[in-house]
Write a protein of this length. Structure first.
Lengths: 248, 351
């Protein structure tokens, strides 16, 4: 059963180990090796391998973030040194995960699982979204990775002006661009620093660092004026939340 | 604080039992030695002890708010004399008033009540002292118990701190990645694998040997860090480049053990690991008669990862330094031109 594989791993000896362990499996061809998470994600989307060996701690973006950028669902074997991402959470979803250091036998087992999985149940994109949601549940986001038809972007949290709800998507506004991400407002609300981001309205989460002033609008509502002139509605609840966070 | 006697069942039972016994004793004594009729003896015993019983509840508050540690002994004694006088006065007046109203026509008993006043005063004083002593004893026992609990808690905290210290010394991420590198080298380059096992063992031995308050020379710290950096170099390859600039005259300087390695760990975590390009970590040591200055800088990944302050790693070092030297300004971090620089001042030990 011929399969193409990509390795995303930033340590030379670890890549070498994977290559060595893969030698006996002549039907698996390594079509690329990447040390940089961002480059790795791009390559996976372009070359569409069947199988990806993915480290979690990588330069630029993590292995978890790579999952968010993928346009399809390759089979993934995570290789990681330390169980800080509660890897058990996605045991069912990723094909396998290998805790470093791992034995040749354990590696062969993982490859067996890949082959069985390839025949039985191809993974779906929804599954991957589920994985990332589980994995990042208690992590304070510092950046957001977004794929668009044209490019992939890493957006630092500090550059975001506000999040806007748009049906099944969230529009992320920075001072220079807007990006659409398939995600819920709740997801971001739970994972952003509450001192910096406030849900000012059912449809908006605002970065308070960019709010210039609040103007009264109707009896119960206000308008938040941003430093670059953008104006957003603030609901009554949103006003209370702002007041609490900013202590004015 | 509530009166401890009334706050639990046993206290209330002992309290009532005590006063019932006093009442019975008093009645018997009056009946046997003072030839009062049984009716008067019992009435006298009940009334006087009932009234004192109620008053004694109030004495608690007097005892509670006189604190031997905070007030002068003379003030406390004066307080108690005043409180005793008032209590005894109220006690005798109310008791006599009640008994006079129960038996308004019996002259012999009324006469006895008047003549017994001096004796009542003496008994009142004894009862006052007894009551306050019991209260002081209760407070003492309560404080003792609290202190035992607090000491147990402190012991727990110290143990937790030690565990955290150990955990910090052996960074699991570093350890398992290094073991994985060794696993890989055993196939491709057994000699290098062996070298790395030995370095890793030395590193672990060094960190296990030290405790959170031990001191070593900076020269020991440097040779330990070189082992650490050489292991990291196997992992990161060309991406990690380091230089250590340490003049001979600093080498004997005494520093807290395991102070240098966390600085390098921090630099690698934030400067080397996140970047796919080769990076650099350099340390410069300077000393003068009063302190040693460690200046460590590392390249940063441009753009989104610019650190704003000190991360957890540096905060831990800052916390340790402030505990050891009682100074809060020994560590400073700044970033410019894609370099992140940490400056640490280690004061000279006077011993």
């Amino acid at each position: 059963m011929y399969m193409k594989a990509i390795i995303v791993e930033d340590e030379d000896p670890a890549r070498e180990l994977l290559r060595k362990f893969l030698e006996p499996f002549t039907d698996i061809e390594i079509i690329g090796e990447y040390i940089d998470g961002f480059e790795g994600a791009k390559a996976i989307n372009q070359q569409k391998p069947d199988l990806v060996f993915l480290d979690i701690q990588l330069p630029r973006i993590t292995g978890i973030e790579i999952l968010e950028l993928l346009e399809y669902s390759p089979m993934i074997i995570f290789t990681t040194a330390y169980d800080e991402y509660a890897i058990k959470a996605f045991e069912k979803n990723a094909v396998d995960y290998l805790m470093k250091p791992f034995s040749k036998e354990r590696f062969a087992q993982a490859i067996e699982r890949v082959k069985t999985r390839k025949i039985n149940q191809p993974e779906t994109i929804d599954n991957i979204q589920q994985i990332t949601e589980n994995l990042t549940s208690d992590i304070n986001l510092t950046r957001i990775v977004i794929k668009s038809p044209k490019a992939m972007n890493i957006i630092p949290i500090d550059e975001i002006l506000y999040f806007e709800a748009q049906d099944d998507y969230v529009m992320i506004h920075t001072s220079t661009a807007r990006h659409m991400k398939k995600q819920t407002m709740k997801f971001f609300e739970d994972r952003l620093n509450p001192a910096q981001f406030v849900r000012i309205h059912r449809s908006y989460i605002a970065n308070v660092n960019f709010i210039n002033k609040l103007e009264p609008y109707t009896k119960d509502t206000f308008i938040a004026v941003f430093k670059n002139g953008i104006k957003l509605n603030v609901s009554n609840t949103g006003y209370k939340a702002l007041k609490e966070r900013l202590a004015f | 604080m509530q009166n401890p006697i009334l706050s639990n069942k046993v206290g209330i039972i002992l309290f009532l039992a005590g006063w019932v016994i006093f009442a019975i004793l008093q009645s018997i004594i009056l009946y046997v030695y003072y030839n009062l009729s049984l009716e008067y003896a019992i009435a006298d015993g009940i009334v006087f002890n009932l009234v004192y019983g109620i008053l004694s509840i109030g004495i608690w508050f007097w005892v509670r708010y006189t604190d031997f540690e905070k007030q002068k002994v003379i003030n406390i004694v004066l307080n108690h004399i005043a409180s005793a006088t008032i209590s005894i006065l109220i006690w005798i007046t109310i008791s006599n008033f009640i008994l006079r109203n129960i038996f308004p026509t019996d002259n012999i008993f009324l006469e006895f009540l008047s003549s017994a006043i001096p004796l009542r005063i003496a008994i009142g004083v004894v009862l006052y002292i007894l009551t306050s002593l019991i209260y002081y004893l209760i407070i003492y026992i309560q404080n003792f118990r609290e202190q035992m609990l607090r000491e147990a808690e402190i012991k727990n905290l110290v143990r937790d701190a030690e565990l955290n210290w150990l955990k910090h010394q052996i960074n699991p991420h570093f350890l398992f990645n290094s073991l994985n590198s060794i696993s890989s080298l055993t196939m491709s380059n057994p000699d290098k694998a062996q070298e790395m096992v030995i370095r890793l063992s030395d590193l672990l031995r060094y960190s296990l040997k030290q405790s959170s308050d031990s001191f070593v020379t900076i020269s020991d710290e440097i040779s330990n860090c070189i082992k650490y950096l050489e292991i990291e170099k196997v992992r990161f390859g060309k991406r990690l480049n380091y230089t250590i600039d340490a003049p001979d005259n600093v080498m004997a300087f005494q520093v807290p053990a395991m102070i240098l390695q966390p600085l390098f760990e921090n630099a690698i975590k934030h400067g080397i690991a996140p970047s796919p390009e080769p990076g650099e970590v350099k340390v410069l040591l300077e000393s003068n008669p009063n302190y040693l200055k460690i200046i460590l800088s590392n390249t940063m990944l441009g753009g989104e990862n610019t650190p704003k302050g000190m991360g957890v790693g540096l905060s831990n070092i800052a916390r340790r330094l402030s505990l050891l030297y009682a100074q809060n300004d020994l560590i400073q971090a700044k970033s410019n031109n894609n370099y992140f620089t940490v400056e640490v001042i280690i004061p000279k030990l006077n011993r």
